[in-house]
Write a protein that binds this ligand. Structure first.
Ligand code: HEC
Ligand code: HEC
Ligand code: HEC
Ligand code: HEC
Ligand code: HEC
Ligand code: HEC
Ligand code: HEC
Ligand code: HEC
Ligand code: HEC
Ligand code: HEC
Length: 328
């Protein structure tokens, strides 16, 4: 076995590019403190590749930013660049350039891959990983902030992985390394029913770009139902429609209970995203009140122009002392 099969190009060429690389400074291999134990453990683990490895890691001491290169099995981003020049150049423009762990932060230790002259079987390829494993790699770093509720979230538990929504080697211009330019496009690629709903006439301005799916949901999971950002549907709606929160002198029970008793959050064929057309909307519950009954003669003033709201306009609640019937 050659002492170092780091890269396919000749030693001379490599030496010219990185003079220090060709120095087999074995002692610098374990700058984090090198007990014999660690060395032997490493020898065993890398099954005879230790020599090469020592060489590789010593070489990449050059890649000073690459904190991980100092660890056994890791070679550092500069080494990857010798063969994956384009990928590395493109990668340096992405937010992940801020990671001190370089390529191997995600692809795992690369020395065996390098020694095998780019043996694909010796490097972590995301397309061969199951969803949970794949996301597990990302979660090594992204287990905080917006992603902290990922594990067990609806997406995680249904086999959706980070890479179903993100591409960390971006091919397009999409923000946040997303696979599609807009969330609408990204999310409705799977959520077809939501796409259809958002195209209905009664809708909030999601397709107009004023709201995003993430105005209400965190696709990485939340402790709340339906991955909502707020603890309940009503709390969600109040964040933007604060006037519906009240307080009211006269509350309308179904409004307090759940806005979705009457509205569909994503869109409906009725105006104002009402689930059911008026007056049927009201009559679902108010069948036996003194004046309304389910079947009106068309001329009935109570059903005039299909509107209970003509006389009961403050349907979300009233602050007027005599608003108990939501007249004002
Ligand atoms: C943040 C994690 C991460 C880092 C860091 C990373 N990669 Fe990747 N890499 C991936 C994922 C995930 C894929 C699978 C394709 C995709 O989603 O873009 C991939 C795919 C690849 C591929 C396969 C070609 C392709 O587009 O499918 C190559 C080659 C590659 N990466 C090389 C590199 C190199 C070289 C570096 C360092 C400059 C690097 N990667 C850094 C996550 C990463
Ligand atoms: C000696 C040259 C060489 C070096 C150095 C090298 N690679 Fe590779 N790499 C290759 C070759 C060759 C392939 C196979 C390309 C193919 O068959 O399409 C490959 C394939 C890959 C793949 C799989 C691509 C796919 O098609 O899915 C990944 C990921 C990858 N390399 C990452 C890395 C990383 C990370 C490093 C640095 C730790 C690195 N490589 C260093 C030569 C190299
Ligand atoms: C269902 C699609 C989807 C999945 C799956 C997904 N993301 Fe995201 N991610 C998004 C969207 C959309 C944004 C943009 C949020 C924004 O712009 O407010 C985002 C943003 C991010 C951000 C930027 C910071 C932030 O929180 O806004 C990070 C980091 C991130 N995702 C990491 C991950 C990781 C790690 C995983 C897997 C554990 C993952 N994502 C899975 C859709 C997804
Ligand atoms: C070695 C640590 C590490 C790993 C592993 C890692 N990331 Fe990151 N990621 C970072 C750092 C550092 C940043 C940039 C700073 C930040 O936004 O926190 C970042 C940023 C991001 C962003 C935000 C991009 C933007 O435009 O704001 C997304 C999305 C993301 N990572 C997705 C992923 C995905 C998907 C994976 C798994 C394939 C992954 N990351 C694996 C460290 C990592
Ligand atoms: C790769 C396909 C895919 C993509 C892309 C995707 N989802 Fe999902 N989503 C799923 C699956 C699968 C489920 C689980 C469905 C179920 O349990 O019925 C789900 C469930 C959900 C749920 C319901 C949660 C619950 O607890 O019932 C919400 C909300 C959601 N996704 C939002 C989003 C958002 C927002 C985006 C875009 C940022 C998105 N999804 C992108 C596949 C996807
Ligand atoms: C204005 C807030 C809001 C926006 C914007 C929004 N949603 Fe929702 N979404 C909700 C609420 C509220 C629920 C809970 C419905 C329930 O409890 O029945 C929900 C539920 C869901 C569900 C679970 C299935 C269901 O209908 O019960 C999915 C999937 C979903 N949303 C996907 C999306 C996608 C994809 C987008 C972006 C295209 C999006 N949502 C935008 C508020 C919103
Ligand atoms: C992130 C902010 C936001 C959240 C959260 C939100 N909305 Fe909206 N909503 C809007 C905006 C913006 C409009 C458009 C207002 C306009 O055009 O004047 C709107 C419009 C509406 C309309 C009128 C639609 C029409 O056809 O004119 C209804 C009804 C509505 N929202 C109900 C809800 C309900 C119910 C919830 C909770 C599930 C909710 N909203 C959550 C921002 C939000
Ligand atoms: C009992 C049924 C019902 C419930 C429950 C309900 N609404 Fe409405 N909402 C309506 C009706 C009917 C309209 C149409 C009013 C009109 O045409 O003037 C409407 C209109 C709206 C509008 C658009 C017009 C306006 O008043 O700004 C918004 C926003 C709205 N509702 C938000 C909410 C929120 C937020 C909740 C939960 C707190 C909620 N609604 C609960 C029946 C209801
Ligand atoms: C989901 C069921 C439901 C829907 C839909 C509904 N309501 Fe109500 N409404 C109630 C309940 C429950 C009360 C409280 C009854 C009570 O306190 O005896 C109430 C009270 C009222 C009151 C006051 C009556 C009283 O006895 O104090 C009026 C007026 C009213 N609703 C009108 C409407 C109108 C108009 C609509 C359609 C826009 C409507 N409601 C839709 C359930 C509903
Ligand atoms: C022309 C005006 C008008 C229209 C239209 C109207 N109402 Fe009323 N409604 C009233 C008046 C006035 C009262 C008060 C009656 C009373 O206090 O005895 C009332 C009372 C109510 C009450 C209180 C319970 C009761 O038995 O007194 C409910 C519930 C109600 N209306 C529901 C509706 C519904 C549902 C519609 C649409 C189908 C509707 N109203 C249409 C004028 C109207």
């Amino acid at each position: 076995m050659p002492r170092h099969t780091l890269r396919p190009d000749s030693d001379t060429a490599r030496a010219a590019a990185h003079p220090l690389r060709s120095l087999p400074v074995a002692t610098e291999t374990y700058p984090r403190g090198s007990s014999m134990l660690a060395r032997w453990g490493l020898l065993a683990a890398t099954a005879g590749l230790a020599l090469t490895l020592g060489f590789a890691t010593a070489g990449t001491a050059l890649a000073a930013a690459d904190g991980q290169a100092a660890q056994p099995g890791y070679v550092g981003t500069d080494t990857c660049a010798t063969c994956h020049e384009e990928a590395v150049a493109a990668f340096k423009k992405t937010p992940h350039a801020a990671s001190t762990k370089g390529c191997e932060g995600c692809h795992g230790p690369g020395s065996a891959h390098v020694d095998g002259s780019g043996d694909k079987a010796q490097i972590r390829q995301f397309k061969t990983l199951a969803a949970g494993e794949s996301s597990g790699v990302c979660m090594e770093c992204h287990n905080k902030a917006g992603q902290k509720h990922w594990l067990g979230s609806s997406h995680d538990s249904r086999g959706v992985a980070c890479v179903n929504c993100h591409e960390v080697h971006p091919k397009g211009e999409a923000p946040k390394a997303l696979l599609a330019k807009t969330q609408l496009e990204l999310c409705t690629g799977c959520h077809l029913q939501k796409k259809a709903q958002l195209l209905r006439p009664g809708h909030m301005p999601v397709r107009e770009g004023k709201l995003q799916c993430t105005s209400c949901h965190n696709p990485h999971g939340t402790p709340n139902d339906k991955m909502l950002l707020q603890t309940s549907v009503n709390q969600n709606c109040y964040t933007c429609h604060a006037e519906k929160r009240g307080p009211f002198l006269w509350e309308h029970a179904p409004v307090r209970e759940n806005c979705l008793n009457c509205h569909d959050a994503h869109g409906s064929i009725n105006e104002k995203m009402l689930k059911v057309k008026q007056p049927l909307l009201c009559q679902q519950c108010h069948q036996t009140a003194s004046h309304p009954g389910p079947a009106y003669p068309a001329m009935s003033r109570y059903a005039f122009n299909q509107g209970c709201m003509h006389c009961h306009p403050t349907i979300h609640g009233s602050v007027h002392p005599s608003g108990n019937r939501f007249f004002r």
